[in-house]
Design a protein around this ligand. Structure first.
Ligand SMILES: O=C(O)CC[C@@H](O)C(=O)O
Ligand SMILES: [Zn+2]
Length: 461
């Protein structure tokens, strides 16, 4: 143990190598709460060269390395449980070389999502990949998981905003991929292989990110929807009727947990089994009027029974909190998470069947539904009963996961829509990827990381 520390201190100086219990506990874990952290050290490189030196050292030493950003992941993609060295990007937070013509900018991996959003706003622009953990999540992690979030319906995934990537492969080679080019027809785009690879092929150390023009007067409409089926009818009506920047849903149970924290008000006089939150740009009154007329159609059809539209930026934010605060508000209940997706047109049938399975298998557990339903992405959180030991709870949830994943497979869906696979979903990968695909994935891992140094045990079974 002391050797590792001493050796690392020759690569980085003393105060950038930590082995104290607090740091090991903190940096060895992400927001997944099912693993016990056990790294042997945490290091804080400041440059690409330092990261490459750490990787070369780990190859000689045959020691695993775990990348660590804001550690807001929900699939245990950034946990260190077997004596690995955690490589934190906390000290690599520079933003540079902004180009207003191309609307691109270079970031280091440790730049926090909100930091990039703030930088874009200062330049009259917009970084549109957004989610509740924006204040902690780092771009390196976002890119590694191809993070999605609440605006995917309009702006796509993180992948769509990465114009260039600097990576250190599992062998310690530095690759500068795509250099910000829009057009580049020179064969395999390795950039896209690293995006979403969950740090299993190498470290993402920097990127050239694209920014968008600022949206105009983002306006939120919240609807009370009485039936699960009505959610997709409302989606079709609005999505055909006007350009949307978000289309989210959540259940009354989910809302109940948010309201219990005391920061938000109940939006309607009466409770409704489901709520839909949609967002659109309203540069003129015409867009809001159009939204109202669609709302009227939804109520006439019986899909919605109540609605509220934001009149100010603050009111829009308050309505968003009803959706965005769900994840944090249920965290104390140690939720078992499922983050699943199907294509949008299959979503109604999928939701009906899933509802039946969950009601049958979890008659006594509280199951919280919410998610980015406009992308076909559902977050299903099963809450641990207070008096149930965590291991028994996990076993029970894993049993039901088989049912859920069988259904996902039947609908050609994904067992992880946006949270990644990590350790948590690794052994279920076969429900969404064929044996042949997984063999190619293992072969690719072998090419970039022949010694199995980088994020060992994650993603690829
Ligand atoms: O906690 C979850 O299940 C989802 C977290 C996040 O992806 C969200 O959409 O709020
Ligand atoms: Zn989500």
């Amino acid at each position: 143990m002391t050797d590792i520390r001493t050796e690392l201190m020759t690569l980085l100086n003393e105060n950038r190598v930590r082995t104290d219990a607090d740091s090991l506990g903190q940096y060895g874990l992400d927001w997944t709460r099912f693993h016990t952290p056990a790294p042997s050290a945490v290091v804080f490189p400041r440059s690409v060269d330092e990261v490459a030196a750490i990787v070369r050292w780990a190859n000689q030493r045959k020691i695993g390395l775990v990348p660590s950003g804001g550690r807001t992941g929900l699939s245990a993609g950034a946990v260190a449980t077997q004596g690995e060295v955690v490589v934190s990007f906390d000290l690599m937070r520079a933003i540079s070389d902004f180009d207003p013509v191309e609307r691109t900018v270079t970031i280091e991996a440790g730049v926090v999502t909100e930091q990039l959003q703030g930088f874009a706003a200062e330049h009259g622009l917009y970084y549109p990949v957004d989610f509740a953990s924006r204040g902690s999540s780092q771009l390196g992690g976002n890119i590694s998981t191809n993070a999605g979030g609440i605006k995917v319906i309009r702006y796509g995934l993180t992948r769509d905003w990465v114009m260039g990537l600097t990576v250190v492969t599992g062998q310690g080679d530095v690759l500068r991929l795509n250099n910000g080019l829009v057009k580049n027809a020179t064969g395999y785009d390795l950039r896209h292989l690293f995006i979403g690879a969950e740090g299993t092929l190498g470290f993402i150390v920097g990127a050239r990110m694209r920014l968008a023009r600022q949206p105009r007067n983002l306006t939120v409409l919240l609807l009370a929807v009485p039936e699960l089926d009505g959610i997709m009818s409302v989606f079709r009506l609005f999505n055909d009727g006007m350009p949307l920047t978000a289309f989210e849903f959540f259940s009354e149970q989910a809302l109940g947990h948010v309201l219990a924290r005391g920061h938000s008000q109940r939006p309607f006089e009466s409770a409704s089994p489901y709520y839909v939150l949609l967002e659109f740009e309203a540069p003129t009154d015409a867009e809001t009027e159009l939204a109202f007329s669609l709302f009227e159609k939804a109520t006439e059809a019986g899909w919605a029974v109540d609605g509220i539209v934001s009149q100010s930026e603050q009111q829009a934010k308050d309505l968003w909190r009803l959706r965005e605060d769900i994840s944090e508000s249920i965290t104390p209940r140690r939720p078992y998470k499922n983050d699943i997706s199907v294509t949008v047109s299959k979503a109604p049938a999928f939701m009906r069947e899933l509802d039946a399975i969950l009601a049958r298998e979890y008659p006594d557990f509280e199951v919280v539904w919410f998610g980015h339903i406009g992308d076909g992405n559902l977050h299903i959180n099963v809450l641990k009963p207070e008096d149930m030991p965590i291991d028994a709870f996990k076993r029970e949830c894993e049993r039901v996961s088989q049912w859920v994943f069988e259904l996902v497979k039947k609908f050609d869906g994904s067992i992880s829509a946006e949270h990644g696979v990590g350790l948590l979903k690794r052994d279920y990968l076969g429900y969404s990827r064929s044996a042949e695909e997984m063999a190619y994935m293992r072969a690719i891992k072998q090419v970039f990381d022949p010694n199995g140094i980088i994020n060992p045990g994650k993603l690829v079974p």
